[in-house]
Ligand binder design. Structure first.
Ligand code: DGY
Length: 442
């Protein structure tokens, strides 16, 4: 089925998307219309893509994000550099001024997103041609990255289990994934403040989270602002408290990458070593199900594994958390299974939800569509474990999707129809990343 990829044309188009989404050289918005501010993990991935052709602009993207770091080290999920827009929540909805830790002079959200930034900084650094300048940049941002990870461990793992908790599905970056259905049922949205959804302005309603979820998203924000974003209260009282597969895998990978940077800088690594050891142990002890051959998120409120089969299970490969045995089970029993993820009736790897999962919907946000970020991470993870051919197939599928349907937020795995937001920056950034393997000298 493989379509020929016009790599040069795709590369130029991808760069053009990033340039077009650049807001005055301060930040790159994740989508042309839908997401007009700076998002945490989007910014990291955008910097990674930019670094191939404009390293100074990539550094600027990271500096802009880090400027919004809270005084206690938290790195917020959205930064409103340019004030309000037609996006909801508006900056004032968060009421971050209630927290003594809110940054001075910048409006942000009050929750976080998956910590992929340190990984992107390390990848950028590894490939940098000007080693000295790159090391100077690493030296500049390292303290902020370290504080961010220290915050995660302190605020979100106060019991020192090795796994951090998320308190809102938006923190997972995969808002309406099936693994959150059960814990969200426990969230009873009494007294939801008045608000108006704006996410249908630019994207079809049937490609976005359903209203029952959205009510709960807003309700949780309202609780956190009433609690003045006090992390102790949030951890103790949030009705949603989940040790997530994707979030913890990315945190582990980022800790590892941070450690590599620390060594190069001559910084101490003992604390990072301890984090790595505890996370690695807890991830496998708590989240792996030998009965299913899958990793599952753990619901701290319900005290049980959330046994929904979704793409988050494969991020352990990207992180290097899986043993050879676990990797084999993930790949051979699940990723290659045509009833779950492999093409058969569908055309493209990797649906974000297993196709035989009860909640699978091929066009609804994180309930089934293919996301280029997930494909990139799965493909990189497969390489790590020696599945080179499959990794290459997934890379090809990703480039084909982009060439066929443009730089969309996600794609229907059945026929490749582009869905969600258009002019999507991380799709462009990761297209550059994936093309770099074949086009640009290392
Ligand atoms: C949204 O607005 O849908 C985002 O996922 C929140 O970060």
């Amino acid at each position: 089925m493989s379509a020929a990829i016009d790599a040069e044309a795709l590369l130029e188009q991808a760069k053009a998307v990033l340039r077009a989404n650049d807001v005055e050289g301060i930040f790159i918005k994740p989508g042309t219309y839908q997401y007009p501010h700076q998002w945490n993990w989007d910014a990291a991935l955008v910097a990674l893509g930019l670094s191939h052709f404009d390293r100074p602009r990539a550094e600027q993207e990271i500096r802009s994000l880090l400027k919004a770091q809270w005084k206690d080290g938290m790195l917020p999920h959205v930064v409103y550099h340019n004030g309000a827009s037609d996006y909801f929540p508006t900056p004032d909805f968060w009421q971050i001024e209630r927290s003594p830790n809110a940054p001075n002079g910048l409006l942000t959200s009050g929750i976080v997103q998956p910590p992929i930034l340190a990984t992107c900084v390390r990848l950028m650094h590894e490939r940098a041609k000007d080693r000295k300048a790159s090391l100077a940049f690493v030296r500049e941002v390292y303290p902020a990255l370290h504080r961010w990870h220290r915050w995660l461990r302190a605020a979100r793992d106060p019991e020192n289990t090795g796994l951090v908790a998320i308190v809102h599905p938006w923190e997972s970056g995969t808002d309406n994934a099936a693994r959150f259905v059960e814990p969200m049922i426990r969230v009873i949205p009494s007294r939801v403040p008045p608000y108006q959804r704006k996410d249908f302005l630019h994207v079809r309603e049937d490609e976005r989270p359903i209203q029952a979820e959205y009510q709960r998203f807003v309700y949780l924000i309202d609780l956190f602002r009433q609690w003045n974003y006090d992390q102790e209260t949030i951890y103790a009282r949030s009705p949603f408290l989940v040790q997530d597969t994707l979030f913890n895998a990315l945190m582990y990978r980022a800790q590892y990458d941070l450690r590599m940077l620390a060594r190069e800088l001559g910084e101490p690594t003992e604390e990072l070593d301890e984090w790595l050891a505890t996370t690695r142990y807890a991830y496998n002890a708590r989240l792996w199900s030998e009965a299913h051959g899958l990793y599952f998120a753990y619901d701290l409120r319900g005290q049980r594994l959330l046994q929904e089969n979704g793409c988050a299970t494969f991020i352990a490969l990207f992180a290097g958390l899986a043993s050879e045995h676990q990797a084999r089970r993930l790949v051979e029993e699940h990723l290659l299974n045509p009833e779950e993820y492999a093409p058969n009736g569908t055309r493209y790897f990797v649906p974000s939800q297993a196709k035989n999962n009860l909640f699978f919907e091929p066009r609804r946000y994180w309930r089934g569509p293919v996301w280029i970020l997930i494909n990139w991470m799965v493909s990189e993870g497969l390489r790590r474990y020696g599945y080179h051919e499959l990794a290459e197939t997934i890379r090809q599928h990703s480039l084909e999707l982009v060439q066929r349907s443009g730089f969309m937020e996600y794609y229907d795995p059945r026929d490749g129809t582009g869905c969600g937001a258009s002019g999507f920056s991380w799709t462009a950034a990761l297209t550059i990343e994936m093309l770099a393997e074949t086009m640009m000298p290392a």
